[in-house]
Design a protein. Structure first.
Ligand code: SAH
Length: 242
């Protein structure tokens, strides 16, 4: 039995439901993993929990899986967005992968005044989030949004969403957090690019009523490290680490 294979599909899952496979999925399951008719694996789709499924048909270019039993209900992460300024390709991939593993509900690349890259491959980043969810046992896949301007995003900032603004100018300050009143409400974390935030951005972010200016310790972290560190301290204080 190969119940260890966990695959994300964009298809409804339910008792007795047949799930058709596309060419890539069939190649992976039957070509690479050598599964045969009758083999078992796990499927999730981000909304119907996790299912044990059987291989009903196995072909070179396709196949069919049949849902047997729901083994886990959907578990949604806390309502936390990660906003970050894209950096070099491999490090941006890393941030998306880690954000999915760390339980961000939504990942939003933002263009800041000193953002290194002006374009992202949203589809590629979304695929990284899917892969991370497959391997970390999550039943949920965070959406990776398209690149958008930070200034425009701040113009429409939702009034009920708190912002953990990680400001490198605070390096060395103590890590302070909002009081208990900010628990159980929507949040976002903001991480800047390698060049840091501009003074204009910093002024604007300090003025935002929902903003909580946070220090991530006595050293300046690279953006990818800062993203993981910020997600860790947030999850520990407000999130689902129990
Ligand atoms: N080039 C900038 C550093 C940018 S680090 C400079 O030398 O000042 C990239 C991002 O990581 C920052 O914009 C910030 O969001 C976050 N970050 C890194 N270290 C931090 C720290 N000690 N406290 C708060 N945020 C930090």
């Amino acid at each position: 039995m190969s119940a260890k294979i966990r695959l994300y599909v964009e298809h409804p899952l339910g008792e007795g439901q047949s799930v058709p496979l596309d060419r890539d999925q069939a190649h992976y399951l039957f070509g690479v993993m050598r599964l045969q008719v009758g083999a078992q694996l796990l499927l999730f789709n981000g909304s119907d929990g996790e299912w044990r499924v059987d291989v009903a048909e196995a072909g070179k270019r396709g196949g069919v899986l049949t849902c047997q039993e729901q083994i886990r209900a959907l578990v949604l992460p806390p309502d936390l967005w990660l906003l970050f300024a894209p950096i070099k390709k491999a490090r941006t991939d890393f941030i998306v992968e880690k954000a999915a593993e760390m339980g961000a509900a939504r990942i939003v690349p933002v263009q800041t005044d000193f953002t290194n890259s002006e374009r992202i491959r949203q589809d590629r980043l979304q695929a990284h989030a899917v892969e991370a969810a497959e391997q970390c046992g999550s039943t949920y896949v965070p959406e990776v949004a398209d690149l958008q301007k930070l200034s425009r995003f701040l113009d429409q900032w939702p009034t009920d969403r708190q912002l953990m603004f990680c400001d490198e100018a605070e390096v060395g300050a103590a890590l302070t957090f909002a009081d208990e009143a900010a628990m159980g409400t929507p949040w976002a974390i903001l991480i800047g690019p390698e060049g840091g935030f501009s003074e204009a951005e910093r002024k604007r972010l300090h003025a935002l009523p929902q903003s909580h200016v946070v220090s991530l310790g006595p050293r300046i972290l690279r953006a990818d490290t800062a993203a993981v560190a910020a997600l860790t301290v947030w999850q520990q204080k407000y999130g689902d680490w129990g």
